[in-house]
Design a protein around this ligand. Structure first.
Ligand code: URP
Ligand code: ZN
Ligand code: ZN
Ligand code: ZN
Length: 475
């Protein structure tokens, strides 16, 4: 049904102004002052912000990992995302060596169809790059609209690939117009440090962090950046946690390389001391890369503000404390890595970022939505408020004060990683292609209403002016 959102403060990555937005046939059909829309349902947004729906470029829903399966699937995960102001998720489709890529993608379609309540897309993991895979990839990119390829430089003997495979992926991505994503940690050295720690009887969760030091994230990030330069390709570093990695990305960008970075809410507000919580509670805070010393948080905020990092992904990868995280009792290396973050990503970035003066309101929209839409081939269908864009919108009340908690969250997991964190601001109503998914803080959406998104190829013309001019002898 046609709707008009009246008198909200409309915020995009570029502008902030008061106006009305008309939603019709899934799209935004008009924006203006004192608009009339005959027969439309009127939604009053006075005193609230109207944001483009959040885009979460990094989720793991219904994913087998660490000997178990993530607690949130495409239904519970996308419902929680919607409550949190997110209207698009891009999930990682895992592949297995020796199996057709299409089989993996079909598995992910089965997991998500009839379940997702908001729109979604997939990144494709590269587990090997032999002639068979090289033959399959162009077809998958074209037919599925999967224009981002994920490579793990860590998780030895599980997901990790060697540098040759990363390099070939970068070359293939350049040819096909895809963006390569890396989990940048030196998995070989980590494996060695983990063995040493366990042999010394160091089995508690804190040793997860101590065996994955920031040098190994910085090293892998720098290595991936050099390989990208050599392949003249494009790279997106997922879940950046520390100064060492930020510096490598900033250095590469200064050279004019197409290198982008994402951080996650957990790295902005939590630190390594959480892993020291007694009674094995530290296991709740086991992510890879790990939480870092607190001073890194300001480095990450500065990087978001200055543009060295462009996006925030949740890295939603939830495991229950009871029955899943406890697989690692007595051996930290068996704790499933990951946590529940999909619901609180948006509000944490707003409350800790905008309200604490670390980023502007427009930068908030850029980081939470627009940048991801641009990097992952969804813009301007998604990621902004403009005539012709999908009517994915969030009415956000900036005055609500609340405390994040497992008691009130909607994720299918028995703890909240941000338990007790006070935030200001809350999504009140959320629209996916013009339909309410959340209405006055109540879920009114429908499993299966979310559509699979075929994405455009990476914009190969992404700016690299100085470098190009130097090589052409202009500068
Ligand atoms: O600990 C994490 N990050 N779990 C999810 C898998 C990954 O590495 O992104
Ligand atoms: Zn398809
Ligand atoms: Zn990762
Ligand atoms: Zn992840």
């Amino acid at each position: 049904m046609k709707k008009i959102i009246k008198n909200g403060t409309i915020v995009t990555a570029a502008d902030t102004y008061i106006g009305d937005v008309v939603l019709e046939d899934g799209m935004i059909t008009a924006i203006g002052l004192n608009l009339e829309a005959e027969g439309a349902e009127i939604i009053d947004a006075a005193g609230c912000y109207v944001f483009p729906g959040g885009i979460d470029p990094h989720t793991h829903l219904d994913m087998p990992f660490g000997g178990t399966i993530t607690a949130d699937d495409f239904e519970t995960g996308t419902i929680a995302a919607a409550f949190g102001g997110t209207t698009t998720v891009i999930d990682f489709c895992l592949t297995a060596k020796g199996k057709p890529l299409q089989e993996a993608v079909d598995t992910w379609h089965r997991k998500s169809e009839n379940k997702a309540v908001i729109d979604y897309s997939f990144h494709l993991m590269v587990s090997e790059l032999n002639d068979t895979v090289l033959g399959e990839l162009p077809q998958i990119i074209e037919s599925e609209g999967i224009t981002s390829l994920k490579v793990f430089m860590a998780y030895k003997n599980v997901l990790q690939v060697d540098d040759g495979t990363l390099f070939k992926t970068l070359q293939t991505a350049k040819k096909e117009g895809a963006l390569v994503m890396v989990h940048a940690e030196n998995g070989d050295v980590i494996d060695h440090l983990v063995e040493q720690a366990l042999a010394a009887g160091n089995t508690d969760p804190i040793h997860h962090a101590l065996t994955r030091p920031p040098e190994l994230e910085g090293e892998a990030t720098g290595r991936a950046a050099y390989l990208t330069e050599l392949a003249d390709s494009q790279l997106y570093v997922v879940h950046v946690t520390c100064a060492e990695a930020v510096w490598k990305i900033a250095e590469a960008r200064k050279k004019g390389l197409r290198i982008y970075g994402e951080t996650c809410p957990q790295y902005l507000v939590l630190d390594q001391t959480a892993l020291e919580k007694p009674n094995f509670e530290g296991a709740k805070y086991v992510w890879s890369p790990p939480l870092r010393e607190q001073w890194n948080q300001e480095v990450l905020w500065d990087a978001l503000w200055s543009g060295s990092l462009q996006t925030i992904g949740s890295d939603q990868c939830s495991f229950n404390f009871k029955g899943q995280k406890d697989l690692g009792l007595g051996d930290f290396s068996k704790i499933p890595n990951g946590g529940p973050t999909i619901e609180d990503r948006f509000s944490i970035l707003y409350s800790e970022g905008v309200l604490k003066g670390r980023i502007s309101l427009n930068k908030f929209v850029d980081i939470i939505s627009t940048s991801s839409a641009k990097l992952f081939g969804l813009f301007p269908q998604k990621g902004t408020i403009a005539v012709g864009s999908d009517a994915d919108l969030v009415i956000f009340d900036p005055n609500v004060e609340r405390t994040l908690s497992a008691e009130t969250h909607h994720m299918n997991v028995d703890y909240n990683a941000f338990e007790g964190l006070k935030v200001k601001g809350e999504p009140v109503s959320v629209f996916s292609r013009g339909e309410f998914v959340i209405r006055d803080k109540t879920f009114v959406g429908k499993p299966g209403a979310g559509k699979y998104l075929h994405r455009k190829r990476f914009e190969a013309s992404a700016p690299r002016p100085l470098r190009d001019k130097v090589s052409e002898g202009v500068v």
